[in-house]
Ligand binder design. Sequence first.
Ligand code: G6P
Length: 362
Amino acid sequence: DASDIEKGTYPHYMLKEIDEQPLVIRNIISKYQDENGEVTLDDEIRHAMNAADRIYIIAAGTSYHAGLVGKQLIETIAKKPVETHIASEFLYNMPLISNNPLFIFISQSGETADSRGVLVNVKKLGHPALTITNVPGSTLSREADFTLHTVAGPEIAVASTKAYTAQMAVLALLAVDTAKAQGIAVEFDAIKELSIVATVMEALCDQKEALEKVARDYLSTTRNCFFIGRASDYYVGLEGALKLKEISYIQAEGFAGGELKHGTIALIEEGTPVIALATQEHVNLSIRGNVKEVAARGANPCIISLEGLNSENDQFIIPKVHDYLTPLVAVIPLQLIAYYASLHRGCDVDKPRNLAKSVTVE
Ligand code: G6P
C-alpha cells in the first residue's frame, strides 16, 4: 500500500524519521532566513512576542518536553519570562496569568484535545495565541492567531522524533527573533549553529551500530532504566525516558541529577541501567558526581557526553554543538537506543500498544 512506499527501504517509520532530522533542520533554516542569512519570522508574531509580558507554553507529551527547552531558550536569549505547562493540568488548575500574556501551543498534530481545551479558554479570555505545529491546517493552527510551521513532513511513527527536534529549532529561532526585535544584542548565530547541528545529527545517525550495542548491553533484559541530567540535559532525559517507555515498555524515568538522592536512589539495585547526559559545562562535575553516587550503589551507568566535556571512559560522545542547542543532538542517541531496545525486545516499534499518534479526546 501507499504507506509501504513511503517507508522506502526502512524497516520502520521511526528509523526513517530519525534519519530525516538533519534534513528537517536544514528545511527550517531555509524557511526562516531572509536573503541576508538573518532569522526572520512574521512581523505579527514578532509584535505579539514583544507585546507580551510573559509567555505561557502549553503542550502534551513530547511537545511538552520541547516546551521545557523552549522556556530556557526564550528566557536565555530573549530575556522574557516563560512558563511551560502540561495542557491537561493547565485546563483544571490554571495558574495566575500576567496582564499581557502570549500563549504558545506546541503540537505536532495540532489536534491534541487537552491543548485545544486550553486554547478555547484562552481565546474566551481574549488572550493572543501562537501555535507551533507540524500541520498548518490543523485545529490548533486555525483557532490560534498565529502559526509557526515546523516543516518536518508527515510523522507516522507514534513515537515522535523529528517533530520534537523541529519544534526546538523553531523555538530557538523564535527566541532570536524576539531578542533582536527588542534590541537585545544576540551573539548567538542561530542559522550557523543550527547548520552545525544538522551536520552533527548526520554523524550521530551514522553511529547506529554503537547505539544498538548500548541498547543490547544495557537494556536487553532490564525491568527498568533511569535517565539523569542537569539543566537542559534533565529535559532531554525526560524525553529519552518517554521514548523508551513508549516503544520498549521498559519502566523508564528521567530525573534531575541532584534530585536523585532525595528518593529515587532507593530504586538503584545491582545492574540497574542509569543513562546520564553530560553536555552542559556548568554542571559537568556535578552530574559526574551523581553518576558516582549511583555506581557506588551497584548501578550500571552509561555516560553520553559532549565532546570537550567527555572523560575517556564515557560510553558515547556527541560532537560539539553550541551550548544552547545540545538538546537537539543529545536526544538522537536516546531515540536510537529506544528504537533498538524496542526492536531487540520484539515490540511493535511504530505502533506501540495502548498509544495513539494523536489524542483527540480528553
Ligand atoms: C500523543 C502521542 C505523543 C505526543 C502527544 C502530543 O500522546 O502519543 O507522542 O507527544 O500526543 O501530541 P501533539 O500532536 O500535540 O504534539
